[in-house]
Ligand binder design. Structure first.
Ligand SMILES: [Zn+2]
Length: 144
């Protein structure tokens, strides 16, 4: 969970721009989310993460809330603990894909599956309902 960060407006803008103005985990774009996307600590401060730009990224309030202070999670397939996906260092499409109906996020790797599980990327009922409307409108899933 990100504590309120006092970032310079320049750094805030840079992180939002580097993150393509979308959540690093569920890829929800700012222009489809009512709430302001949050600057989050990839490694939480409580787990030794810094306030450096290299540890900051963008997340929607849902993902950030589920992520809380987690840094790793259980992969139900290998039954082992893996680190969560790092949206700054890792490529989303290497670890996740969209379900055929475009509504659920499916983990392709142990890191992907652990992150899906920890952040409820395939079973948060609010997110699934909202995404189903985005699909109907032709706004989702994103191309990359
Ligand atoms: Zn999200």
């Amino acid at each position: 969970m990100s504590r309120r960060l006092s970032l310079s407006s320049e750094l805030d803008r840079k992180i939002r721009s580097d993150a393509k103005n979308r959540c690093g985990y569920c890829l929800s774009p700012q222009n489809l989310v009512m709430a302001r996307l949050e600057i989050e600590h990839i490694i939480p401060v409580s787990k030794g993460g810094s306030n450096d730009e290299s540890n900051l990224w963008l997340a929607c309030p849902l993902c950030n809330g589920h992520k809380a202070s987690k840094v790793k999670a259980f992969d139900p397939q290998t039954k082992q603990i893996f680190p969560l996906f790092n949206p700054r260092k890792q490529v989303w499409s290497e670890h996740f894909e969209w379900s055929e109906d475009g509504i659920k996020i499916i983990g392709k790797t142990p890191i992907g599956r652990a992150t899906v599980s920890a952040l409820h990327l395939s079973n948060d009922p609010d997110a699934l309902e909202v995404r189903s409307y985005w699909v109907m409108a032709g706004w989702h899933p994103p191309e990359n």
